[in-house]
Design a protein around this ligand. Structure first.
Ligand code: CP
Ligand code: NVA
Length: 309
């Protein structure tokens, strides 16, 4: 069986916790695990822009003893008719795993359906599950555990980060509040899936409109851009409805006394988050960015170990 990581809930709660354990060990000893020794290669493909994901996978695969092949797909045949299924089949003959950042989830599902090696979602329109592993690792570092902690995500509640907070947060036993303006709320099917997970983990899930209600007393305040990649020309006003959701000192005053702030980056400073907060004492944003490296190395180690060709 081949294990893919297309959505946050492709890992059970026990598996998610095991991956975070490995990540914490890797952070203290970066070269302890060499599952790609050989070197075996990993293809890391981008249909969209990236800084953190691109570099952290490139560095991480090398640190695991492997050979990273980082490719912008404009230089492949993706845009001129080669099917993603054929690409998945061909790449599986060369590499130990495929990492893909793309648009619709149907695209990565097609690669996975035809691949003979693990496929990892490096961001799609609906999910950003690698980012959430880094976020959960950061929460663990700051609070000792994720179980029972409260997280509020405020802003564009219809985007990939909102969906991944719902699924990964519920899997991690967290109380997740997602707040955004009417018209920018999460996919109800994903909310229902998170609610179902929450019943088994002691977590809870709430979708709200009021940002102050969302952040009241929480341990973690998270946000993301109001304009995700590909939405630049969608014709929607992506500023005015979101202004009350800006993470600034005023909003943060309603959070818990030990609250930390997360942002997956890149930030649009002055829009969804202020300089004062991003650069301030509650910001865990740069630890969070570093943790992409450790979390993804742990994830690849887990998927390679759990998969039998
Ligand atoms: N957070 C994140 O995925 O950043 P990049 O788009 O730079 O990879
Ligand atoms: N929601 C953002 C996340 C970027 C890492 C986007 O999809 O552009």
């Amino acid at each position: 069986m081949i294990r893919h990581f297309l959505r946050d809930d492709d890992l059970t709660p026990a598996e998610q916790s095991a991956v975070l354990d490995i990540a914490a060990r890797m952070k203290t000893d970066r070269f302890a695990y060499q599952p790609l020794a050989g070197p075996r290669s990993v293809a890391v493909l981008f249909d969209k822009q990236s800084l953190r994901t691109r570099i952290s996978f490139d560095v991480g695969i090398a640190e695991l003893g492997g050979h990273p092949l980082v490719v912008d797909t404009q230089v492949t045949h993706f845009g001129r008719g080669e099917t993603l299924g054929d690409a998945g089949r061909v790449l599986s003959r060369y590499v130990a795993a495929i990492v893909l950042r793309t648009h619709g989830d149907d695209r990565i599902a097609e690669v996975a359906a035809h691949a003979g090696v693990p496929v990892v979602n490096a961001l799609t329109d609906d999910y950003h599950p690698c980012q959430l592993l880094a976020d959960l690792l950061t929460v663990r570092e700051r609070f000792g555990a994720t179980q029972g902690r409260t997280l509020a995500y405020v802003g564009d509640a219809a985007n990939n980060m909102a969906h991944s907070y719902l699924l990964a947060g519920a899997t991690a036993g967290m109380h997740v509040r997602i707040a955004g303006p009417v018209g920018f709320h999460p996919d109800p099917e994903i909310v229902a899936r998170a609610e179902k997970i929450a019943t088994g983990t002691g977590a809870s899930v709430r979708v709200l409109v009021d940002p102050v209600d969302a952040v009241r007393g929480v341990d973690v305040v998270a946000t993301d851009t109001w304009t995700s990649m590909g939405q630049e020309d969608d014709g929607l006003d992506r500023i005015t409805p979101f202004l009350p959701y800006q993470v600034n000192d005023g909003l943060l005053a309603h959070a818990g006394p030990e609250a930390i702030v997360l942002h997956c980056l890149p930030a649009h400073r002055g829009e969804e988050i202020t300089d004062e907060v991003l650069d301030g004492p509650r910001s865990a944003v740069f630890d969070q960015a570093e943790n992409r490296l450790h979390a993804q190395k742990a994830l690849l180690t887990f998927l390679l170990e759990a998969s039998t060709p």
